[in-house]
Write a protein that binds this ligand. Structure first.
Ligand code: CTP
Ligand code: CA
Length: 227
């Protein structure tokens, strides 16, 4: 019913969304991760499907249920997310990378539980591949790329740097220090930066409404492109 009442302005569009945190194992019982709940990415997948898109959701571990009509692919580590996303990238018209991908993983994964030893412990970490940056390199003219940035300081400067560096069309930046916004909340406060220079600052709103706003910007880009 909800879909019947929603304008199908994304009909025919193939959309790939990533959501949630990644988990980087240290041993069979431990991992490194982050505070992402997956809510923003799941809201984007849900709203895109309601608006008529064909949606694939590559998701890290979350407590959420994939929205109806969305193909969900479950992954755990950044490298698994990288493989799943690249496998689906070519057929996608739009990719939205809402996932909070771990920048580093433990260099060695112990096959047995690590036993405590001594007073201090050092962990050696190594860089994960940057999924979004790789998509930026492979992007074709017809494809749109939307990235996220979680910042605690110098939001505009950091956001604009990521937009250019990763060859994005839109970047959604959120200041994670604002109470009630970002990680683990149902609400978010974001600024949407376009490569065309257009900036939109949104007030505190429900993540479903933020998703609508982001997809409005995408729809606008699609119509200007089609001319
Ligand atoms: N991202 C990614 N792969 C990574 C790290 C980040 O695809 N290994 C994506 C995220 O999904 C997000 C965007 O890059 O859409 C920005 O993530 P963020 O952590 O804010 O930026 P980084 O480029 O990792 O920079 P830093 O953490 O140093 O601020
Ligand atoms: Ca990062």
């Amino acid at each position: 019913i909800e879909k019947l009442l929603t304008p199908q302005d994304l009909a025919g569009l193939d959309v790939l969304v990533t959501a949630g945190p990644t988990r980087e194992p240290l041993d069979p019982v431990r991992y490194l991760s982050n505070r992402s709940s997956g809510k923003m990415g799941y809201a984007l997948a849900r709203v895109a499907a309601l608006r008529g898109a064909r949606v694939t959701l590559v998701t890290g571990p979350t407590s959420l249920i994939p929205p109806p009509g969305v193909e969900a692919i479950r992954v755990e580590t950044a490298r698994e997310m990288y493989d799943a996303v690249l496998q689906h990238f070519e057929q996608a018209d739009l990719v939205i990378k809402a996932a909070a991908v771990a920048d580093y993983r433990p260099q060695d994964v112990s096959s047995q539980k690590i036993k405590k030893q001594g007073q201090d412990m050092q962990l050696q970490l190594t860089r994960n591949p940057d999924v979004l940056a790789e998509l930026g390199r492979r992007k074709k003219d017809h494809q749109l790329l939307v990235g996220f940035a979680a910042e605690t300081n110098d939001l505009e400067q950091n956001a604009l740097a990521k937009l250019t560096r990763k060859n994005l069309d839109l970047l959604v930046a959120n200041d994670v220090t604002i109470p009630g916004a970002g990680f683990d909340y149902d609400t978010n406060v974001v600024r949407i930066f376009g490569r065309d220079g257009e900036v939109e600052s949104l007030p505190l709103m429900d993540k479903n409404r933020v998703a609508q706003k982001i997809l409005d910007r995408v729809a606008k880009l699609l119509t200007t492109r089609r001319g």
